[in-house]
Design a protein around this ligand. Sequence first.
Ligand code: F3S
Length: 291
Amino acid sequence: MEVIVAEHAGFCFGVTKAVETVYDQIKTEDGTHIYTFGPIIHNETVVRDLEKKGVKVIENVRELEKMAAASGGKMEGTIVIRSHGVTREVQAEIEKSGLKVIDATCPFVKRIHRIVDEESKKGKSIIVVGSASHPEVEGIVSYAGERVSVVAGPEEALKFSGDKDEKYTIVAQTTFNKNKFKETIEIFENNVYNINVVNTICNATDERQSEAEEIASKADAMIVIGGANSSNSRKLYDICSEKCKNTYFIQTLEDLHLDLPEDVKLVGITAGASTPKNIIEEVQNYVRTNF
Ligand code: F3S
């Protein structure tokens, strides 16, 4: 049986940078004074390892405000903003806390903040194609002006009833499914909205999804490794399941209960942007030696 591991599986550039930033910080200062705003990545193993080294996760603004108030606005230490970025308001709160701020927001996300800010100032309405409750999208929305909508995909685009005299700029969540983005845009075009489209799906996502789709279309079974809360991993799972009916979604090797038909010849493996290399290797070795 052959096993193919996607070349573009695992940590993307933005996640690597954010995680390395925290580990580098541990080398230069006592880990007990390092905070991350939300878990640095959607991977429990990495987050637990950082916790052991003293890094604390601040879950939300309320928690930060309480801590800042208790210290009289003079919190000591460093806070790292993760690759998804935060809202303008949260950024301001973080800066008020007294902590040294290291902003590890991925440059591809920063670019979207800039685009929606500039386009709003030019008088355009903004449409963000993505998941409204995802922290990245919340951040993007906060940089747009008042006329901003979030559309989850083609179904919501069909229901969208905006002003046809308005000019819209449409951007995508960086990890959005590129085929679904295309479909969504086509709906806006068919409904004769005046749109300017900026495809902000990042390269890492594009390459990862295209490669996963290609492997899944020839594989007899496909394994997608990713955190339960990782939206890019879920999307990879959706893409692979469309092409390969034996697609498994796991977080670590422990979740893998492969029930493969006798005649399986090719197993494909891919992983979301927050999956460390060692987990991909463990899964790969297991499949190679046990099947
Ligand atoms: Fe950045 Fe793309 Fe990763 S936006 S965090 S390189 S998935």
